[in-house]
Design a protein around this ligand. Sequence first.
Ligand SMILES: [Zn+2]
Length: 220
Amino acid sequence: MLAMARSEIVVFGKRMLERSLVTGTGGNLSVRSGRRVALSPSGVEYEAMKPEDVAVVDLEGRLLEGGMKPTSEMSLHLALYHARPDITAVVHTHSPYACVLACLGREIPPFHYLVPLVGGKIPVAPYACFGTPELARYAVEAMGEGKAALLANHGMVSVAGSLSEAFRVAETVEFLAMVYSRVLSLGEPRVLTDEEVDQVLEAFKSYGPSRATVAPFEEG
Ligand SMILES: [Zn+2]
């Protein structure tokens, strides 16, 4: 399982770079399996990253399996896993438009129908220096039961039950942050009402790929 997690971290790390969610060695990702967490390494170029560079720690951050030194945001990842037993993956990016809003301290309200999919709104955690327990605590508090939060003057963090889903949330947040930033330059959007948000959530329950079946022909 952790061999798979290590490969996944390498694949999605490269994808973060390709999709411009990070630059250089910024951002980081992790996958939890039980009480073990595989974390992307600190300061390693995504293009050069190999599965064996990915270290495995326990939920207290004690090294279980070597690799390169884990990300400087390890406390952020571990705090989220402690607070949210329902999640098994964390993605942290410095995607440009999420950073724009994070630097303004502006949360993203449900101004677009996709916002409810990543939480009732996308909150902003107050500023704290990267790598500190304060940043981890603020992120946990801001995130609540949602799937994403902006980190003031820094970036964005998303969580989910799989790395592919946490990555999808990170991409959706960046799209929404881009649209919201542009909307704010032109005016103030109308924000969806609670009823409209509930309707979207209900409609999404039956959304997604599934096989279309033809009802059996009935003679009669
Ligand atoms: Zn960061």
